[in-house]
Ligand binder design. Sequence first.
Ligand code: NAD
Length: 263
Amino acid sequence: MEAPSSQSGPPAESVRLDLRGRAVLVTGAGSGIGRACALRLAEAGARVHLADIDAEAVKEAADAAGGTAHVADLTDEAAVAALPDAIDVLVNNAGVQHVAPVEAFPPERFRRMHALMVHAPFLLLRRALPHMYASGWGRVVNISSVHGLRASPYKAAYVSAKHALEGLSKVVAAEAAPHGVTSNCLCPGYVRTPLVERQITDQADVHGIAEGEVTESVLLRRSPIKRLAEPEEVAEAVAWLCTPHTGYLTGASISLDGGWTAT
Ligand code: NAD
Protein backbone atom coordinates (compact mmCIF):
# COMPACT_ATOMS: atom_id res chain seq x y z
CA MET A 1 0.00 0.00 0.00
CA GLU A 2 1.30 3.45 -0.87
CA ALA A 3 2.15 5.61 2.17
CA PRO A 4 -0.15 8.67 2.52
CA SER A 5 1.58 11.97 1.73
CA SER A 6 0.93 15.09 3.79
CA GLN A 7 1.23 17.07 0.55
CA SER A 8 -1.65 15.20 -1.10
CA GLY A 9 -4.43 15.53 1.49
CA PRO A 10 -6.12 13.57 4.23
CA PRO A 11 -6.96 9.84 4.17
CA ALA A 12 -10.57 8.62 4.29
CA GLU A 13 -10.35 6.84 7.69
CA SER A 14 -11.39 8.71 10.81
CA VAL A 15 -10.62 8.31 14.53
CA ARG A 16 -12.98 6.07 16.53
CA LEU A 17 -15.33 8.26 18.54
CA ASP A 18 -18.61 7.54 20.31
CA LEU A 19 -20.59 10.63 21.28
CA ARG A 20 -23.97 8.94 21.66
CA GLY A 21 -25.91 10.67 24.45
CA ARG A 22 -23.80 13.82 24.16
CA ALA A 23 -25.00 17.24 23.00
CA VAL A 24 -22.74 19.38 20.85
CA LEU A 25 -22.94 23.07 19.92
CA VAL A 26 -20.93 24.29 16.95
CA THR A 27 -20.94 28.01 16.15
CA GLY A 28 -20.51 29.24 12.59
CA ALA A 29 -21.70 25.79 11.50
CA GLY A 30 -23.24 26.92 8.22
CA SER A 31 -19.96 26.90 6.31
CA GLY A 32 -16.36 25.73 6.13
CA ILE A 33 -14.73 24.35 9.28
CA GLY A 34 -17.85 24.63 11.47
CA ARG A 35 -19.97 22.70 8.98
CA ALA A 36 -17.32 19.97 8.75
CA CYS A 37 -17.17 19.75 12.58
CA ALA A 38 -20.96 19.46 12.85
CA LEU A 39 -21.06 16.65 10.28
CA ARG A 40 -18.14 14.81 11.91
CA LEU A 41 -19.54 14.98 15.47
CA ALA A 42 -23.01 13.96 14.24
CA GLU A 43 -21.40 10.95 12.56
CA ALA A 44 -20.07 10.01 16.03
CA GLY A 45 -23.65 9.88 17.32
CA ALA A 46 -23.94 13.28 19.06
CA ARG A 47 -27.04 15.47 19.08
CA VAL A 48 -25.67 18.44 17.21
CA HIS A 49 -26.83 22.06 17.52
CA LEU A 50 -25.63 24.27 14.70
CA ALA A 51 -25.62 28.07 15.18
CA ASP A 52 -25.02 30.58 12.41
CA ILE A 53 -26.15 34.01 11.24
CA ASP A 54 -26.77 32.66 7.73
CA ALA A 55 -30.24 31.06 7.95
CA GLU A 56 -30.18 29.22 4.64
CA ALA A 57 -26.68 27.82 5.15
CA VAL A 58 -27.26 26.64 8.72
CA LYS A 59 -30.54 24.94 7.81
CA GLU A 60 -28.84 23.13 4.94
CA ALA A 61 -25.95 22.04 7.19
CA ALA A 62 -28.34 20.92 9.95
CA ASP A 63 -30.27 18.81 7.42
CA ALA A 64 -27.01 17.25 6.25
CA ALA A 65 -25.92 16.53 9.84
CA GLY A 66 -29.35 15.45 11.11
CA GLY A 67 -29.00 18.21 13.73
CA THR A 68 -30.85 21.31 14.92
CA ALA A 69 -30.35 24.69 13.23
CA HIS A 70 -30.26 27.89 15.31
CA VAL A 71 -30.26 31.13 13.36
CA ALA A 72 -28.30 33.51 15.58
CA ASP A 73 -26.11 36.58 15.26
CA LEU A 74 -23.54 35.75 17.93
CA THR A 75 -22.66 39.43 18.38
CA ASP A 76 -26.15 39.82 19.85
CA GLU A 77 -26.18 38.82 23.54
CA ALA A 78 -29.91 38.02 23.46
CA ALA A 79 -29.38 35.63 20.54
CA VAL A 80 -26.56 33.88 22.44
CA ALA A 81 -28.78 33.59 25.52
CA ALA A 82 -31.41 31.78 23.44
CA LEU A 83 -29.03 28.96 22.45
CA PRO A 84 -29.14 25.66 24.36
CA ASP A 85 -26.96 25.47 27.49
CA ALA A 86 -27.07 21.73 28.25
CA ILE A 87 -24.04 21.17 26.06
CA ASP A 88 -21.26 18.57 26.50
CA VAL A 89 -19.03 19.64 23.61
CA LEU A 90 -18.71 23.32 22.70
CA VAL A 91 -16.93 24.19 19.48
CA ASN A 92 -16.31 27.95 19.39
CA ASN A 93 -15.74 28.35 15.69
CA ALA A 94 -17.58 31.37 14.22
CA GLY A 95 -15.18 33.97 12.93
CA VAL A 96 -14.68 36.58 10.23
CA GLN A 97 -11.73 38.36 8.70
CA HIS A 98 -11.08 41.96 7.70
CA VAL A 99 -7.83 43.06 6.11
CA ALA A 100 -6.69 46.71 6.50
CA PRO A 101 -3.80 48.63 8.05
CA VAL A 102 -4.40 49.74 11.66
CA GLU A 103 -4.76 53.41 10.74
CA ALA A 104 -7.53 52.58 8.27
CA PHE A 105 -9.21 49.79 10.26
CA PRO A 106 -12.86 50.73 10.93
CA PRO A 107 -13.33 50.82 14.76
CA GLU A 108 -16.87 49.43 14.55
CA ARG A 109 -15.57 46.45 12.54
CA PHE A 110 -12.86 45.87 15.16
CA ARG A 111 -15.43 45.92 17.96
CA ARG A 112 -17.79 43.55 16.12
CA MET A 113 -15.01 41.05 15.40
CA HIS A 114 -14.07 40.96 19.10
CA ALA A 115 -17.76 40.57 20.00
CA LEU A 116 -18.01 37.54 17.71
CA MET A 117 -14.64 35.90 18.35
CA VAL A 118 -14.03 36.62 22.07
CA HIS A 119 -17.15 37.86 23.81
CA ALA A 120 -19.54 35.26 22.30
CA PRO A 121 -17.25 32.31 23.26
CA PHE A 122 -17.06 33.76 26.79
CA LEU A 123 -20.87 34.03 27.02
CA LEU A 124 -21.33 30.50 25.65
CA LEU A 125 -18.80 29.13 28.13
CA ARG A 126 -20.58 30.85 31.04
CA ARG A 127 -23.75 29.05 29.97
CA ALA A 128 -22.32 25.60 29.10
CA LEU A 129 -19.74 25.00 31.85
CA PRO A 130 -22.25 24.43 34.70
CA HIS A 131 -23.83 21.56 32.74
CA MET A 132 -20.41 20.06 31.94
CA TYR A 133 -19.33 20.37 35.59
CA ALA A 134 -22.56 18.71 36.78
CA SER A 135 -21.97 15.70 34.52
CA GLY A 136 -18.22 15.52 35.21
CA TRP A 137 -17.26 15.54 31.54
CA GLY A 138 -16.96 18.12 28.81
CA ARG A 139 -14.90 19.28 25.90
CA VAL A 140 -14.29 22.87 24.83
CA VAL A 141 -12.60 23.24 21.48
CA ASN A 142 -11.79 26.77 20.38
CA ILE A 143 -10.99 27.21 16.72
CA SER A 144 -8.18 29.69 17.01
CA SER A 145 -5.60 30.11 14.26
CA VAL A 146 -1.89 30.46 13.61
CA HIS A 147 -2.92 34.08 14.15
CA GLY A 148 -3.63 33.19 17.79
CA LEU A 149 0.13 32.59 18.06
CA ARG A 150 1.67 34.83 15.41
CA ALA A 151 0.90 38.19 13.82
CA SER A 152 0.52 39.12 10.18
CA PRO A 153 0.19 42.68 8.91
CA TYR A 154 -3.27 44.17 8.23
CA LYS A 155 -5.13 41.80 10.59
CA ALA A 156 -5.33 43.86 13.81
CA ALA A 157 -8.79 42.70 14.88
CA TYR A 158 -8.37 39.07 13.88
CA VAL A 159 -4.93 38.58 15.45
CA SER A 160 -5.86 40.36 18.68
CA ALA A 161 -9.17 38.48 18.96
CA LYS A 162 -7.51 35.10 18.40
CA HIS A 163 -4.80 35.89 20.95
CA ALA A 164 -7.59 36.75 23.43
CA LEU A 165 -9.36 33.47 22.64
CA GLU A 166 -6.11 31.63 23.42
CA GLY A 167 -6.02 33.27 26.85
CA LEU A 168 -9.67 32.51 27.52
CA SER A 169 -9.12 28.86 26.59
CA LYS A 170 -6.23 28.54 29.05
CA VAL A 171 -8.20 30.12 31.91
CA VAL A 172 -11.06 27.67 31.27
CA ALA A 173 -8.56 24.78 31.21
CA ALA A 174 -7.30 25.84 34.65
CA GLU A 175 -10.78 26.28 36.15
CA ALA A 176 -12.40 23.24 34.54
CA ALA A 177 -9.71 20.62 35.22
CA PRO A 178 -11.23 19.36 38.51
CA HIS A 179 -14.54 18.77 36.71
CA GLY A 180 -13.33 16.44 33.94
CA VAL A 181 -13.59 19.22 31.35
CA THR A 182 -10.78 20.06 28.94
CA SER A 183 -10.31 23.25 26.94
CA ASN A 184 -7.98 23.53 23.98
CA CYS A 185 -7.29 25.67 20.95
CA LEU A 186 -6.77 24.35 17.46
CA CYS A 187 -4.58 26.65 15.40
CA PRO A 188 -5.02 26.03 11.69
CA GLY A 189 -2.98 27.68 8.98
CA TYR A 190 -4.94 28.36 5.80
CA VAL A 191 -7.95 26.10 5.26
CA ARG A 192 -9.88 25.82 2.00
CA THR A 193 -13.07 27.69 3.03
CA PRO A 194 -15.04 30.74 1.84
CA LEU A 195 -13.24 32.84 4.52
CA VAL A 196 -9.93 32.28 2.74
CA GLU A 197 -11.39 32.54 -0.76
CA ARG A 198 -12.83 35.98 0.13
CA GLN A 199 -9.44 37.10 1.45
CA ILE A 200 -7.56 36.48 -1.76
CA THR A 201 -8.88 39.63 -3.47
CA ASP A 202 -8.25 41.77 -0.36
CA GLN A 203 -4.73 40.39 0.08
CA ALA A 204 -3.96 41.05 -3.60
CA ASP A 205 -5.03 44.69 -3.09
CA VAL A 206 -3.08 45.42 0.12
CA HIS A 207 0.07 43.59 -1.06
CA GLY A 208 -0.20 45.04 -4.59
CA ILE A 209 0.08 41.66 -6.34
CA ALA A 210 -2.11 39.62 -8.69
CA GLU A 211 -4.79 37.38 -7.15
CA GLY A 212 -3.15 34.30 -8.68
CA GLU A 213 0.02 34.99 -6.70
CA VAL A 214 -1.66 35.33 -3.30
CA THR A 215 -1.90 31.63 -2.34
CA GLU A 216 1.76 30.88 -3.01
CA SER A 217 3.42 34.22 -2.19
CA VAL A 218 1.34 35.29 0.81
CA LEU A 219 -0.74 32.45 2.26
CA LEU A 220 1.67 29.52 1.91
CA ARG A 221 4.92 31.49 2.02
CA ARG A 222 5.94 30.17 5.48
CA SER A 223 4.35 26.72 5.24
CA PRO A 224 6.57 23.73 4.34
CA ILE A 225 3.44 21.85 3.22
CA LYS A 226 2.45 23.70 0.07
CA ARG A 227 -1.28 23.17 0.07
CA LEU A 228 -4.30 24.55 1.92
CA ALA A 229 -5.70 22.31 4.68
CA GLU A 230 -9.15 20.81 4.16
CA PRO A 231 -11.99 21.58 6.65
CA GLU A 232 -12.28 17.83 7.30
CA GLU A 233 -8.72 17.76 8.65
CA VAL A 234 -9.66 20.34 11.28
CA ALA A 235 -12.89 18.46 12.09
CA GLU A 236 -10.90 15.26 12.60
CA ALA A 237 -8.65 17.01 15.13
CA VAL A 238 -11.78 18.25 16.94
CA ALA A 239 -13.09 14.66 16.99
CA TRP A 240 -9.78 13.41 18.41
CA LEU A 241 -9.98 16.01 21.20
CA CYS A 242 -13.35 14.46 22.15
CA THR A 243 -11.96 10.91 22.54
CA PRO A 244 -11.16 9.42 25.96
CA HIS A 245 -7.46 9.36 24.96
CA THR A 246 -7.16 13.13 25.27
CA GLY A 247 -8.43 13.57 28.84
CA TYR A 248 -4.96 14.77 29.97
CA LEU A 249 -4.62 17.23 27.09
CA THR A 250 -5.84 20.65 28.21
CA GLY A 251 -4.80 24.29 27.99
CA ALA A 252 -2.96 23.48 24.79
CA SER A 253 -2.70 25.27 21.46
CA ILE A 254 -2.37 22.66 18.76
CA SER A 255 -0.87 23.90 15.52
CA LEU A 256 -2.45 22.47 12.41
CA ASP A 257 -0.54 24.60 10.01
CA GLY A 258 1.56 22.50 7.66
CA GLY A 259 4.65 23.48 9.68
CA TRP A 260 4.18 27.27 9.36
CA THR A 261 5.00 28.02 13.03
CA ALA A 262 7.97 25.63 12.93
CA THR A 263 9.78 27.83 10.40
P1 NAD B 1 -16.38 30.49 6.87
O1 NAD B 1 -16.53 31.89 6.41
O2 NAD B 1 -16.43 29.39 5.87
O3 NAD B 1 -17.47 30.17 8.00
C1 NAD B 1 -17.71 31.05 9.08
C2 NAD B 1 -19.17 30.94 9.48
O4 NAD B 1 -19.38 31.85 10.57
C3 NAD B 1 -20.12 31.32 8.35
O5 NAD B 1 -21.10 30.32 8.16
C4 NAD B 1 -20.74 32.62 8.85
O6 NAD B 1 -22.08 32.82 8.42
C5 NAD B 1 -20.64 32.46 10.36
N1 NAD B 1 -20.73 33.75 11.03
C6 NAD B 1 -20.11 34.91 10.66
N2 NAD B 1 -20.51 35.91 11.45
C7 NAD B 1 -21.39 35.37 12.34
C8 NAD B 1 -22.17 35.91 13.40
N3 NAD B 1 -22.14 37.22 13.70
N4 NAD B 1 -22.96 35.08 14.09
C9 NAD B 1 -23.04 33.77 13.79
N5 NAD B 1 -22.34 33.20 12.79
C10 NAD B 1 -21.53 33.99 12.08
O7 NAD B 1 -15.03 30.46 7.69
P2 NAD B 1 -14.05 29.27 8.14
O8 NAD B 1 -12.82 29.40 7.36
O9 NAD B 1 -14.77 27.98 8.21
O10 NAD B 1 -13.68 29.79 9.61
C11 NAD B 1 -14.17 29.17 10.78
C12 NAD B 1 -13.23 29.50 11.94
O11 NAD B 1 -11.94 28.99 11.64
C13 NAD B 1 -13.04 31.01 12.17
O12 NAD B 1 -13.00 31.29 13.56
C14 NAD B 1 -11.70 31.29 11.56
O13 NAD B 1 -11.05 32.37 12.16
C15 NAD B 1 -10.98 29.98 11.84
N6 NAD B 1 -9.83 29.75 10.98
C16 NAD B 1 -10.00 29.65 9.63
C17 NAD B 1 -8.88 29.44 8.84
C18 NAD B 1 -8.98 29.31 7.34
O14 NAD B 1 -7.94 29.34 6.70
N7 NAD B 1 -10.15 29.16 6.76
C19 NAD B 1 -7.62 29.33 9.41
C20 NAD B 1 -7.49 29.44 10.79
C21 NAD B 1 -8.62 29.65 11.56
